[in-house]
Ligand binder design. Structure first.
Ligand code: SF4
Ligand code: SF4
Length: 122
C-alpha cells in the first residue's frame, strides 16, 4: 500500500490527477491518501516527481514501534485499572492477538498465491 511522506510532498497535485479512483486529496497543500478507497495500483508512486509516495515496507519499523507502544499503554491501563499482575495478563493477551493476526496474514497469503497458481488473472 502506498503512503505519502508528507514532509517531502510539495503539493504539486500530479498524483491527485492520476489517481483512477480519486483517493488522493490535497489538504493544506499536502497530499493525503484515503486508504479505504485506494485500489493499490501504484500510479501515484510512479508519477511523483519528488519520490514522496513511498512503499509500505518502509513503514515496518514504525508500525512495529507503534504496536509495542500500544501494548505498553494497554499494560499500564490494565495494571492501573484492574490491579497488580493484570499487566502480565494483558501482555499475554496481546501476544495471542498478534499471533492470531500472523495466522490471518499467512492464510491470506496462501489463498492469494493459490490464485496465481490457478491462473485466475486476466
Ligand atoms: S505527486 Fe508527490 S509531490 Fe506532488 S502532490 Fe503528489 S505526493 Fe505530493
Ligand atoms: S495507489 Fe492508485 S488508487 Fe491508490 S492512491 Fe495511488 S493512484 Fe490512487
Amino acid at each position: 500500500m502506498p503512503w505519502i511522506n508528507q514532509s517531502e510532498c510539495t503539493g504539486c497535485g500530479i498524483c491527485v490527477k492520476v489517481c483512477p479512483v480519486d483517493s488522493i486529496a490535497l489538504e493544506n497543500a499536502v497530499a493525503d491518501i484515503d486508504m479505504d478507497t485506494c485500489i493499490h495500483c501504484g500510479l501515484c508512486h510512479d508519477v511523483c516527481p519528488v519520490n514522496a509516495v513511498r512503499h509500505d515496507s518502509e513503514r515496518i519499523p514504525r508500525e512495529v514501534s507503534a504496536n509495542v507502544a500500544r501494548t505498553r499503554e494497554f499494560m499500564d491501563d490494565c495494571r492501573r485499572l484492574l490491579g497488580a499482575g493484570e499487566d502480565r495478563k494483558c501482555l499475554e493477551r496481546m501476544i495471542r492477538h498478534f499471533r492470531k493476526e500472523k495466522k490471518v496474514i499467512e492464510a491470506t497469503l496462501g489463498e492469494l498465491e493459490a490464485l496465481t497458481d490457478k491462473g485466475e488473472m486476466a
